[in-house]
Design a protein around this ligand. Sequence first.
Ligand SMILES: NC(=O)c1ccc[n+]([C@@H]2O[C@H](COP(=O)([O-])OP(=O)(O)OC[C@H]3O[C@@H](n4cnc5c(N)ncnc54)[C@H](O)[C@@H]3O)[C@@H](O)[C@H]2O)c1
Ligand SMILES: [Zn+2]
Length: 382
Amino acid sequence: MSSNERRVTVSLAERSYDIVIRAGLLREVGRRLQDCGLVGKVAVVTNPVVAKLYGPTVLRSLKAAGYRARTIVVPEGERAKSLRWVSAILDELVRERFERGSIIVALGGGVVGDLAGFAASVFLRGIPFVQVPTTVVSQVDSSVGGKTGVNHPLGKNLIGAFHQPRLVLIDPDTLGTLPARERVAGLAEVIKYGMIEDERFFAYLEQHMAGLLKMDPEAVAHAITRSCEIKAAVVSEDERESDRRRVLNYGHTVGHALESLGRYRTLIHGEAVAIGMVQEAALAGQLGLCSPGVVARQRALVCQAGLPDRLPPVRFAELWSAMQHDKKVAQGRLYCVLPERVGRVTIAPLERAVVKQWFDRHARQGRGKGRRTGGAAFRQRH
Ligand SMILES: NC(=O)c1ccc[n+]([C@@H]2O[C@H](COP(=O)([O-])OP(=O)(O)OC[C@H]3O[C@@H](n4cnc5c(N)ncnc54)[C@H](O)[C@@H]3O)[C@@H](O)[C@H]2O)c1
Ligand SMILES: [Zn+2]
């Protein structure tokens, strides 16, 4: 193991696997698969953008290690996460006589990972798959935890399966080609890990945000590693999402609601989560669950990352109703992950009246000063 290699183990008994983080790892995909004991034909599922940038490196490395490898290219963007494209991948696997031991490598962002992972989970009732994530979101979030799936025309992620990868190979160098907006949005999930589990990490982000934004290799590698460690720990305790795993939804009750109100076009996911974290922290402050200092630190770090923090111009009734559609509604009550202090959250029920009070205060702020920031951005991208 080279000195600058970092490794995180996701402990799930016989389904345990390693996440390896190292610059230049893309050139070693073949050897790493071998080390993991994987033998068989390989299908690299990717999209046209990533195929062009990184496909040849990965294929070369697989072939050098003696693998028979081919690529399956799916369209770019969320529309590839459909049963139609699962079916197209399966057609290809059948045509190429893929077997039980054959391997699917997901090379790309969360879309490719979720889609390829789901295809791997259903083909022959499950074949091995390896995640090679190339976006911030996929490196710190979606490639870890085994949730795979596709969208239904009536809703996101409605069709899916738990299928853990055998290995996750993270090459932070791939982030160099990612559009800045995507890169920054992914930092919202990184900030989330600090707030839910680790004050020291949150403080590290406060001190190193400038370095992260400039893609300082040490800061980037540390941020990815610590994020993976936190997600791995939470997932290890709760593979199938009962209570423990819900803390990962911090910022997502308001975030998902804003995303759905913008019909997935105005704010990208991480931006919506950034606003969600700031606003949920404000809600926690109003409920007396955390001090004003916690709310201020949450807002400041989001702003330091260049992420939006204010509510876009939405109506309360719409927002409240969109928040109900979130998965955390139980027995008619809306549950939300709220910070108690930096590094610790709780899950608390929310009454409509309290949320209305918070909204009246914060939506006004958003409309006032927010014209040049969150609010304006929301409208422009409409
Ligand atoms: N399974 C999970 O636990 C989980 C968790 C979070 C998100 N998700 C899912 O992940 C998806 C979002 O993932 P995402 O944010 O990675 O989006 P994405 O996969 O759509 O990638 C974003 C864009 O970046 C491009 N891209 C990818 N890597 C690149 C690179 N290195 N250089 C240049 N361009 C590159 C892609 O072509 C795409 O246009 C959503 O579908 C979401 O539901 C799943
Ligand atoms: Zn998220």
